[in-house]
Design a protein around this ligand. Structure first.
Ligand SMILES: C[C@@H]1N[C@@H](c2cn(-c3ccccc3)nn2)[C@H](O)[C@@H]1O
Length: 449
């Protein structure tokens, strides 16, 4: 039975305003995790810690005073925001989300609410502002990651066990609100806020605060897109309120994992998967031999799967303490960008085609097209014939390789709306796209809308 939820969803979903349509059509984003943790890069006093590098403070049991002194070493002399933005553009991302403040509490912008920020480093300049300006100049939207969890701030509490805890956390809430309003004031072109560090009891006990904060931020910054991870309702239910209604503007629970490829439920909301290139490193780690490093094809398949299920894919990069990217990241950005150069029409402004997933790969459909369907192929059938089960009544006018639009592929109708498409002589070793053009409107998808 329905519970009375006063502090749940604020904006009716799925949003159909221009800002959200742009967020949805972007599909592919670059995550940047950058902070003091990039300086030690997972190694402390000669010992390598295998856990996520941005957690080195806790993995190596380093005191806050010792950790915070890293701020006086932060001087990324190789940082070139324009070069970063050009690499991102070439990779094919339409948006970027950067850590303004991770759990360590160090701020990449000159904040008036703390001295633990970029202003009090040898670098000194407004690094975040330089990043936003350079990425916007390349036509890339920027969102800001902000961790509520703050290991540096004396008023942070995991749980509120005493009156003193409650008073301290009230101060932390004011600090949080002030910093977020400051970020929106300083950087008016940002499109979204990506909240993290909101799983502890202290935040779950403050659902009303997160409701009022989301409301205030959206009033101040029309069109702002906020992830569900920001929110708890007044019963402590996170992401979805106590009646299962999604809060924020899109579901952001897919961290280093994807839904089952055949999951239809997930297509009902906007959502985003954030992904690391190693198994579990968000910040820069000196040693990438510790785990599997994902290949371009693995990452492209994740991007395509997200698109096929109405989700965005946010791929993470961890710049070094000096401000450049490791060679593996530069190489992957190039390989993915080369694929996007030829195939991004199956990604940008595309989503769920309303069709069952088949073994050869994923269907995507352009949100503005009623009669064209993309098949992104990762697994070639041994007989070169691709089974496609469309909606009843669908008739294929023609099918062809995106790379060879003037060579129609042979078709064999199996039953109503079901065909074999023959593509035997496909040379490429990369994932490739077959385009299906229908005679008629693909009823189910648009009926679904
Ligand atoms: C988006 C990602 N979220 C942060 C994170 C992940 N975790 C975590 C902690 C314990 C278990 C599983 C995940 N804590 N913080 C990571 O540091 C990164 O910022």
């Amino acid at each position: 039975s329905e519970k009375e939820v006063k502090y749940g969803q604020i904006t009716e979903l799925p949003r159909q305003d221009d800002a959200m349509k742009k967020w949805r059509s972007n599909r592919f984003g670059q995550f940047i995790h950058w902070g003091l943790y990039a300086i030690p890069g997972g190694v402390w006093k000669g010992k390598t810690y295998e856990y996520a590098a941005e957690f080195l403070k806790s993995s190596a049991g380093i005191s806050t005073a010792t950790w915070d002194s890293l701020q006086y070493q932060f001087n990324p002399i190789k940082f070139n925001a324009m070069a970063w933005a050009k690499m991102a553009k070439a990779m094919g991302v339409k948006y970027a989300t950067i850590t303004t403040k991770h759990h360590e509490g160090f701020c990449l912008w000159p904040s008036e609410y703390t001295d633990f920020d970029i202003e009090n480093t040898p670098y000194g300049k407004d690094l975040l502002g330089e990043f936003i300006e350079a990425y916007n100049a390349e036509g890339i939207d920027v969102s800001l990651y902000y961790s509520v969890l703050d290991w540096h701030h004396p008023d942070w509490r995991y749980k509120l066990n005493s009156e003193e805890d409650k008073e301290a956390f009230e101060r932390l809430k004011i600090f949080t609100k002030n910093q977020l309003l400051e970020l929106l004031d300083r950087y008016p072109t940002v499109k979204g806020l990506w909240f993290d560090g909101t799983w502890d009891q202290c935040w779950k006990d403050n659902g009303q605060f997160s409701y009022e904060l989301e409301k205030k931020l959206k009033e101040k910054h029309p069109g702002l897109v906020v992830n569900s991870r920001m929110r708890a309702d007044e019963y402590g239910s996170r992401h979805f309120d106590s009646n299962g209604v999604l809060m924020g503007d899109y579901e952001s629970g897919y961290e280093r994992r994807l839904p089952n490829p055949w999951d239809i439920e997930v297509t009902k909301n906007d959502w985003e998967c954030c992904m690391t290139i190693p198994e579990n490193q968000w910040g820069y780690h000196k040693d990438w031999t510790l785990t599997h490093i994902k290949t371009a094809n693995e990452l492209i398949e994740m991007l395509v799967q997200c698109t096929s299920q109405n989700g965005n894919f946010l791929l993470n990069f961890g710049p070094t303490g000096e401000g450049d990217f490791r060679e593996e990241e530069v190489k992957l950005a190039k390989e993915i960008g080369d694929w996007m150069d030829d195939n991004s029409s199956a990604i940008y402004n595309c989503g769920y085609a309303g069709l069952k997933k088949q073994g050869w790969g994923y269907f995507t459909q352009n949100n503005d097209s009623e009669t064209t369907i993309n098949m992104v192929v990762f697994n070639k059938p041994i007989n070169g014939k691709y089974r496609v089960k469309l909606n009843k009544g669908s008739v294929i006018k023609k099918a062809y390789l995106l790379s060879k639009p003037d060579k129609a592929l042979d078709l064999e109708e199996i039953s109503n709306g079901e065909y074999f498409i023959e593509a035997k002589k496909v040379k490429t070793k990369d994932p490739f796209v077959i385009i299906i053009e229908l005679e008629n409107k693909d009823s189910k998808k648009f009926h679904q809308k």
